[in-house]
Design a protein around this ligand. Structure first.
Ligand code: ZN
Ligand code: ZN
Length: 359
């Protein structure tokens, strides 16, 4: 048996004993979890805002790293004992969508910690299609907890930044003004990635003072939308033109509305927030501003290598910024307090050590 955190409904996650998972297909592995993180995108469901995945009784968590404990006979690229990074969702690398680099919408794709696939917040979890999804833990990330960022938030932030710049010729990057709406952990990863493109300035919009301070430490112009009118402030600072690109990581309609209001004509909105609501603008609004919008899930497989090298280059900075502000040394009832503090925004990133602190 093993310990696991199970989702039972809004504000109802329980620590329970579960059988250690067994291989289903010969392309699967069983991972013994060394670290499993809480992610902001889990909060939509935890708060009952998301209608998807509300059925009770599955293991939470889509961010996990660990050691291969058991493998199916058809797994060629990995061996028992290998330390691996497990991306937040599975992708086959072979279907119509994967072949075009849209791995986030793999036809066989399943999210860890959802209705169809148990997650990583347990002592063991099953990872299907192991050869297609796993990454070996790189030497540079052994020890410490930064590797968990590569399961989701760093590639997602990296891709959010990449989308903000790729439509603009490189010689114009240095003249670009960028805004980032929401300064949570993923957005900070986006800011760190965006800085490598060398834009003229980055406005960072949030209302949580500690997050704004972190953005400011990275060189951003921090704007607290509870204290000032963020739209007016950014428009004024850009001679009423607006910014060239907006990176939106909140996943709520008002954030998207702000993005629309501050983007310049012909500009880009790069949205990686997990949205559950309506668009706060019309097709006519989009036409009238010639606005480009990129939504959706990060195709982690496409950006993994570049995101990893960016993370490694910025490793000291990321460590200094204390992205991970709580490491829970085991899976016990203290999870409830950690989850509560994470939910109210007191903690940025929580990592559980389901098999003990030294695993
Ligand atoms: Zn995540
Ligand atoms: Zn696929």
């Amino acid at each position: 048996m093993m310990k696991a955190l199970l989702f039972y409904g809004a504000y109802d996650v329980r620590l329970e004993e579960r059988p250690i998972p067994k291989l289903v297909d010969q392309t699967d592995v069983i991972v013994k979890t060394t670290s499993a993180a809480l992610c902001g995108s889990e909060l939509h469901r935890y708060r009952g805002h998301s209608k998807a995945n509300m059925k009770p009784g599955y293991v939470c968590g889509h961010e996990g790293i660990g050691v291969i404990h058991e493998k199916g006979s058809e797994v060629k690229n990995f061996a028992v004992g290998d330390r691996v990074i497990v991306p937040f969702l599975t992708s086959c690398n072979e279907c119509f969508n994967c072949k075009r680099g849209v791995h986030g919408r793999c036809k066989k794709g399943r999210n860890f910690g959802g209705l169809t696939l148990d997650g990583s917040q347990a002592q063991y979890f099953l990872a299907p299609m192991a050869d297609a999804i796993l990454y070996r833990l790189p030497k540079e990330l052994e020890g410490g907890e930064l590797a968990i960022l590569m399961t989701d938030i760093f590639p997602t932030g990296f891709n959010g930044a990449k989308q903000a710049f790729i439509d603009t010729p490189q010689d114009q990057w240095k003249d670009m003004s960028i805004a980032v709406i929401g300064c949570g952990p993923v957005a900070l990863c986006a800011i760190i990635s965006a800085l490598e493109y060398g834009p003229a300035r980055i406005f960072a919009v949030d209302s949580v003072v500690s997050r704004l301070k972190a953005a400011e430490e990275l060189g951003c112009i921090a704007i607290n939308f509870k204290e000032v009118d963020a739209v007016a402030k950014i428009r004024e600072a850009t001679d009423n033109n607006g910014v060239h690109a907006v990176i939106e990581g909140v996943g709520m309609s008002p954030a998207l509305k702000t993005a629309y209001d501050i983007v310049c004509p012909g500009g880009k909105i790069s949205s990686f927030g997990v949205h559950n609501g309506e668009l706060p603008f019309t097709a006519a609004d989009c036409y009238n501003k010639d606005v480009h919008i990129k939504f959706g899930r990060c195709p982690l497989r496409v950006v993994f290598h570049d995101a990893l090298t960016t993370l490694i280059r910025n490793r000291e900075l990321i460590e200094r910024m204390k992205f991970i502000d709580l490491v829970v040394p085991e899976l016990d009832e203290s999870f409830a307090d950690a989850l509560k503090r994470f939910e109210c925004g007191e903690l940025n990133k929580v990592v559980f050590k389901p098999n003990g602190p030294s695993a």
